[in-house]
Write a protein that binds this ligand. Structure first.
Ligand code: DX5
Ligand code: ZN
Length: 546
């Protein structure tokens, strides 16, 4: 855990948080999936990447404090603490059970009642509106004692109807508490409806600024933006910080997303396996910026960033390993400040170990080298150096290359395996279907040997080939020509997302069929399935579902 956590590792851990939380809620038959999921990236980034804390010493004097004031997000909070190492994750399945210490709302940890309280919990939440005041008390005391502890408080937008929140915010402004960071989980839903219908909160930013807070705003599901804004918050002087995190209630499960009915309702236990498959199947779109017009990379990055892609695929070609030359680390360094989107660097170079430091210094988030030009020792050294620098290591294999036997000894801390679906060297080539059986085999065998990373499909991915690669196990999709080659970037990204969604829904439907819950699943999923019914060939069946 800590400041150096790798981008893909952070995403994976947050995915695990959602998976434990949904198991606990389904097992208990009650709980709050909505808030657990809207705040997952916020809590995960704090515990896995930002806060100074030590699960083996919950009472560590110098720890940073996290006050979860929207305590009904308990299943997500408990799961975050568990994945962080405060207690075994399996215990989340005892949520709300008689005798379990994981009750509906968390109890502040104390040695005296350690069987009824949870290590890592700093505040007994429940009735909302009070956590910020507690956070201010801790921040003020730390300042008066000359301590360096930082205090992070999570509040909700429904909770912001409470008058106490605004009393507290005045006090924090008065005491210039620059060791206090409050994050607003702005999911625009409370209990039984939409916040702006019940008690409009906007203009939220102006309110907090008017109370002398430094206010930032981010996409609350983008870990790279949350990491960035927490770094900025640490630089703020003489003002408390408010981070407005725009989130989606129930994010992660498509039929729960932005749906008030999933505020405090549990899914049927029989849906658990299918929901876990959905949570495990998040897929990432990574446009390759060498495609389309030459150069103008900043503009190309900005255009796809506007379309909400997940990361930027950067193809480095040295003209020796492949018959083409693109650019090198110095160019990537110049591009770095243009976006907070993660850089997925694909090094098609002959001697990666010799040049790896330059790409580390260029601050890529993922660096993938080719198996064809690495020995086991060289790759191990590259892998170690990337990991200590908080960079996700990846390996790529060309269409005619099999997974080298030695790679099975390097699967721990390997985040990406690129299965090339074209011979590397150029964008705009035709997808090679012959790699699909290999992709299936590679995905299967690597996971049998403990691989927890992502299979990345690179080469000729578009709206006609993405589903095949998805079904073969890919979850990261590089798209060059499909995005930049046609002049309609917006339409292209939407189509890729649509195809990925169809592939996901088909997979979940098949799983539900195997579990004999198909009609039941279709009922729960109806409003999600309607736009895909034709492509899934389920129009009549779906129509019959009442
Ligand atoms: C090819 C590169 C790919 C390529 C993708 O060697 O590794 O990333 O640029 O472009 P498309 O999607 O057009 O094949
Ligand atoms: Zn590539």
């Amino acid at each position: 855990m800590g400041f150096n956590m790798r981008y893909l590792d952070l995403r994976r851990k947050i995915r695990d948080v959602r998976m434990w939380a949904i198991q606990g809620i389904a097992e208990a038959g009650s709980g709050h999936p909505g808030a657990s999921f809207s705040a997952a990236e916020i809590m995960g980034t704090l515990y896995f990447r930002r806060m100074r804390h030590d699960p083996s010493r919950p009472g560590w004097e110098e720890r940073d404090y996290f006050i979860n004031s929207k305590a009904h997000s308990a299943p997500g909070f408990y799961s975050t603490l568990a994945v962080a190492g405060y207690f075994p994750s399996e215990e989340v399945r005892t949520l709300r059970k008689l005798g379990s210490r994981l009750q509906g709302h968390p109890v502040m940890y104390s040695e005296r009642q350690k069987n009824y309280s949870v290590p890592g919990v700093e505040y007994s939440g429940g009735s909302e509106g009070m956590g910020l005041s507690v956070g201010i008390g801790i921040a003020l005391a730390s300042k008066l004692d000359g301590k360096k502890n930082r205090v992070f408080v999570l509040i909700g937008d429904g909770e912001s109807n409470e008058g106490q929140i605004w009393e507290a915010s005045m006090a924090a402004g008065k005491f210039k508490l620059d060791n206090l960071v409050t994050i607003l989980d702005r999911n625009r839903i409370q209990q039984d409806g939409f916040t702006e219908d019940i008690m409009p909160l906007d203009p939220t930013k102006d309110k907090w600024a008017a109370f002398n807070w430094q206010v930032f705003e981010v996409d609350g599901h983008r870990v790279e933006q949350i990491v960035d804004v927490l770094n900025k918050a640490a630089q703020v002087k003489d003002k408390p910080v408010m981070i407005i995190a725009n989130t989606v209630k129930g994010n992660g499960v498509r039929h729960m997303a932005n749906n008030p009915q999933w505020h405090g309702k549990a899914p049927p236990k029989r849906h658990t396996e299918v929901l876990l498959e959905e949570l495990e199947s998040e897929c990432l779109i990574a446009p390759s910026i060498i495609a389309g017009e030459r150069e103008n990379y900043e503009d190309k990055i900005r255009k796809v960033e506007r379309e909400g892609v997940d990361m930027i695929h950067i193809d480095v070609m040295d003209g020796r390993f492949v018959p083409n030359t693109t650019f090198f680390a110095d160019k990537i360094k110049k591009l770095r400040p243009s976006t907070s989107l993660p850089f997925d660097a694909h090094l098609m170079i002959e001697k990666p170990l010799e040049q790896i430091q330059e790409y580390i210094d260029a601050r890529c988030d993922i660096i993938t080298v080719h198996a064809e030009v690495c020995t086991e020792n060289e790759f191990r050294e590259i892998q170690e150096r990337l990991i200590v620098n908080g960079i996700s290591p990846g390996i790529a294999i060309n269409p005619d290359t099999d997974v080298p036997e030695w790679l099975y000894r390097c699967l721990h801390d390997l985040d990406v395996v690129i299965v090339m679906s074209v011979n590397p060297g150029f964008a705009g080539q035709k997808f090679m279907p012959k790699v699909l059986p290999k992709m299936v085999e590679v995905n299967k065998k690597l996971r049998e040997h403990g691989f927890k990373g992502y299979i990345e499909a690179d080469g000729g991915i578009d709206a006609t080939t993405l589903q095949q690669a998805y079904d073969a196990g890919a979850r990261i999709f590089v798209a060059g020509n499909a995005v930049y080659g046609g002049g309609d970037i917006h339409g292209a990204v939407i189509q890729l997302r649509h195809k990925a969604a169809v592939a996901l829904e088909r997979r979940l439907l098949n799983h539900a069929t195997q579990l004999n819950i198909r009609p039941d699943w279709m009922k729960a999923r109806k409003h999600i399935l309607i736009p895909y019914a034709n492509e899934l060939g389920i129009e009549e069946e779906l129509h019959a579902v009442k």
